[in-house]
Design a protein around this ligand. Structure first.
Ligand SMILES: Cc1cc2nc3c(=O)[nH]c(=O)nc-3n(C[C@H](O)[C@H](O)[C@H](O)COP(=O)(O)OP(=O)(O)OC[C@H]3O[C@@H](n4cnc5c(N)ncnc54)[C@H](O)[C@@H]3O)c2cc1C
Length: 423
């Protein structure tokens, strides 16, 4: 990069300070971070609702407030602006005669934006990189993307010993020349039944991870509890921080590695790594397949399989299908912005295979609500269930009555949400 006295980092899904590749480039006098609230984040989708709902927006605000606090403690600042990145960033670079860095993304809209930015800023002023992978793309290559997760896992698992194993600590940042407007956390109150009653930010993420690892050792039982539905501890709940990059996946892995060094590896810790690799699989798949993640036919050449029936969709989305297990999950999603993996699998299967609707409609509804929305994991898992990619069995049809009896045998979960109607 060209020598400049100011460096700006554009934060995207990397809302943290530790494990940031741009930090090693910070050979400058001044630095500040910028986050842009792109108007498209709240755009009306053709499916009939906005892209981002209230829970996701509130969590984002809490993350930004936390990031700004950390930035200020380290001697710098975070600027948060409403505007299109491709318009605002070139102006900031020109105004401060600065260099710019950002993490690359691979989905259609994100790529379009970054291409426009790169057209407007001289090459020697921008540093972009691949980030937030557990196994970094530079560590392996493939001629053809692995058709199944197990093919991917076999290839990358042996590379795990080369992944960063110690959490990084940052003590200071170059000073910002300006003090920006303070971002206050939101005042949206949490639903009393939420299983994600946590704040945004790197510190909250570390606290939660420590709770799940050394403080309670819940991780040891993860393999057995991970299909749970009630309470905060059946799974790690790391996804909202991982998806927004408040904690990097390699940092999570590093802390898990240290836990294993002290307490020994077990089936819980092994299964947790297995799940982190699922996340990696979909992120690598996003990098590889790009626009194909959004086709009605997914990775196949099948004709568009789903129908567009508004009344049916409305019943599903508002938890009024009459199937108490599905309805409970849809109500939990609506009221809290989070549901379990088991709940996601069942509700997705119900929309696609029981109601016969277009999977992308359901995926968009998840995008609207999920605190942990991640374009690659979301599209990937939906396509997997719909049988339009990544699934060696073809498709995954869940028998929701069996699932409810098995995972909610006393009906406690369904009962809990029965009273929480949406309309
Ligand atoms: C239809 C559908 C949509 C989904 N959409 C998303 C999404 O938008 N964002 C998202 O992060 N996850 C998504 N998932 C995956 C999974 O449900 C969540 O990652 C998990 O429930 C998050 O809770 P946790 O952090 O407690 O997970 P844990 O069970 O504690 O797992 C640890 C971590 O492993 C990763 N992980 C676990 N399961 C999966 C999986 N099936 N696919 C990819 N990564 C996984 C996550 O990063 C998670 O935080 C989706 C799953 C389905 C079936």
């Amino acid at each position: 990069m060209s020598t400049s006295t100011t460096h700006i980092h554009w934060f995207r899904n990397d809302l943290r300070v530790s494990d940031q590749p741009f930090i090693s480039e910070l050979n400058v006098q001044h630095h500040f971070g910028v986050y842009l609230i792109d108007p498209s984040l709240f755009a009306q989708l053709p499916w009939g609702f906005r892209k981002t709902g209230i829970h996701r927006a509130a969590f984002l605000r809490s993350q930004l407030s936390a990031l700004q606090t950390t930035y200020r403690k380290l001697g710098s600042d975070l600027l948060v602006l409403y505007g299109k990145p491709e318009e605002v960033l070139p102006e900031l670079v020109a105004k401060y005669n600065a260099t710019l860095s950002f993490q690359q993304e691979y989905a259609t809209e994100e790529r379009t934006v970054q291409t426009r930015i790169l057209q407007k800023i001289p090459k020697n002023r921008v540093f972009t990189y691949h980030g937030n992978f557990l196994v970094h793309p530079k560590m392996f290559s493939f001629h053809e993307f692995p058709k199944s997760f197990s093919g991917f896992r076999k290839k990358v698992e042996k590379l795990l010993p080369n992944v960063q194993r110690y959490p990084e600590i940052i003590n200071s940042l170059p000073a910002s020349t300006e003090v920006f407007q303070t971002i206050r956390p939101n005042c949206v109150s949490l639903h009393p039944k939420t299983v994600f009653p946590f704040n945004g930010g790197e510190l909250a993420a570390h606290t939660r991870l420590q709770h799940y690892l050394s403080q309670t050792r819940k991780i040891d039982h993860y393999k057995r509890t991970r299909n749970g539905l009630l309470g905060t501890d059946y799974s790690s709940k790391m996804s909202p921080w991982l998806s927004t990059g408040a904690l990097s996946v390699s940092n999570v892995y590093a802390e898990l590695y240290q836990y294993e060094q002290q307490n020994g590896a077990n089936e819980g810790t092994n299964w947790f790594v297995f799940e982190l690799l699922w996340r990696d699989y979909f992120r690598h798949a996003g990098k590889y397949y790009q626009d194909k993640l959004f086709r009605a036919s997914g990775l196949t050449n099948a004709p568009s399989p789903g129908k567009m029936d508004k009344a049916l969709f409305h019943k599903w989305a508002s938890g009024e299908t009459g199937n108490s297990f599905i309805d409970a999950n849809m109500r939990e999603l609506f009221h809290t912005g989070y549901i379990s993996n088991r709940g996601r699998q069942n509700t997705a299967s119900y929309l696609v295979h029981e109601l016969g609707l277009d999977w992308r409609w359901g995926a968009a509804w998840f995008e609207h609500h999920l605190l942990d929305y991640d374009v690659y994991s979301n599209q990937g898992n939906w396509m997997y269930i719909a049988g339009l990619g990544f699934n060696p069995k073809g498709k995954s049809v869940f028998d929701t009555h069996f699932q409810s009896q098995h995972y909610d045998p006393k009906g406690a979960y369904s009962k809990q949400w029965e009273v929480e109607r949406i309309n």
